[in-house]
Design a protein around this ligand. Structure first.
Ligand code: ADP
Ligand code: MG
Length: 346
């Protein structure tokens, strides 16, 4: 396992004018692009400077979550922020981590949408790599559904799903694949959906030794049921970075979120990873026989979970389908705002 300094080998400087890392003599201060990607225009690497937040300017308070690859802190930088600090000491040889990180940050900063977390900047000087976003209030859908066991009525589920589709439709229109859409990455703030962690999958999830824990495929629990058949079939030990993520795999993951909203649990609940891999890989789906929902609602699930990616709808299509679903008892009064009532809110 190489350290970040040798891995970075002279390419660690981002800003181009005068800022060098401390990697020693002979290292150039290049702003050259990652050679593996010619689509990234040269001037982009210069303009990234404005998103570069000096680590010293950040105040970090308590840890709000720790994963295998990073720690999320409540912090302060011109107001309340969330800071995801990446565990760079765990970098391995097999990915160009800094290039990946810069590239993903470059993608992240292009996003401006109501239903997407606000990207504020990043610390891009090794060994301090961190992503700074606005701090989401409220709780994640995961917390609502799986920890608090909050019940989402069909109507509430539809309102949440519409907002997810809006945010995801925007990302896809900008050519960004989320790659990690799941209820843990969707916050609910007073009825407003805020999606986090889009486009940062490689660097935050898989680069840093995807075999740290768990079974031989290194599959974190609660991840598998979001993976489309073509991803499941491509799972190999140590090779998760090259999974064939696509807009359609995001739609499959959306199907799972939709199922969680409606049923309050994960599909294939309680089954071992091997059993899920086997079933999904050959095209079996979670049975909906015991699900209390209308045909149209189940149809959305089945379409999103289509074995063939070409048969899955896109997000604009999903949005219009969701908008056409018959509403029962939705607005209690004409002035009732279009967001959720208190019970499933923070
Ligand atoms: P995961 O998404 O798998 O839970 P993360 O490392 O992305 O792992 O997040 C760790 C914790 O930090 C989670 O509890 C998550 O809800 C919280 N978190 C992440 N981003 C934010 C944010 N922008 N605002 C508030 N909390 C956040
Ligand atoms: Mg997350």
């Amino acid at each position: 396992t190489a350290s970040i300094r040798s891995e970075g080998s002279g390419r660690v400087s981002l800003s181009g004018s005068g800022s060098t890392d401390s990697s020693g003599p002979g290292r150039d201060n290049s702003v050259d692009l990652p050679s593996h990607d010619d689509r990234w225009p040269r001037q982009n690497s210069l303009s990234m400077k404005e998103w570069d937040i000096p680590y010293d300017e950040l105040k970090l308070y308590e840890v709000i979550g720790a994963g295998r690859f990073g720690t999320v802190y409540r912090g302060s930088w011109h107001g309340a922020v969330a800071v995801k600090v990446l565990h760079v000491h765990a970098l391995n040889d097999h990915c160009a981590p800094l290039d990946t990180f810069k590239h993903e940050v470059a993608t992240f900063r292009k996003t401006r949408h109501e239903n997407l977390v606000l990207f504020m900047g990043a610390c891009m000087k090794p060994p301090r790599l961190a992503i700074v976003t606005s701090l989401c209030k409220g709780m994640t859908l995961y917390t609502h559904i799986h920890l608090r066991k909050d019940k989402f009525t069909a109507n509430k589920s539809v309102l949440v799903a519409q907002q997810i589709s809006q945010g995801m439709g925007y990302l896809h229109a900008r050519g960004i694949i989320h790659k990690d859409l799941k209820t843990k990455n969707i916050f609910l703030e007073n009825g407003k959906v805020v999606i986090t962690d889009f486009g940062l999958f490689s660097v935050t999830k898989l680069c840093f030794g995807n075999n740290a824990r768990g079974d031989s495929l290194g599959i974190p629990s609660g991840w598998l049921c979001y993976l489309a058949p073509e991803l499941v079939r491509a799972l190999r030990p140590h090779a998760s970075l090259h999974l064939p993520f696509s807009k359609q795999t995001d739609v499959y993951a959306f199907g799972t979120v939709w199922y969680e909203l409606l049923c309050g649990e994960y599909p294939f609940k309680g089954q071992p990873a091997e059993a899920i891999i086997w079933q999904v890989g050959k095209g079996a789906k979670q049975s909906l026989a015991n699900m209390q929902a209308s045909r149209d609602i189940k149809d959305i699930l089945m379409l999103c979970w289509s074995y063939r990616e070409s048969e899955r709808p896109d997000f604009p299509h999903l949005l219009s389908t969701l908008e056409k679903l018959p509403r029962k008892r939705l607005a209690r009064s004409p002035s009732h705002p279009v967001h959720l009532s208190r019970s499933a809110d923070s």
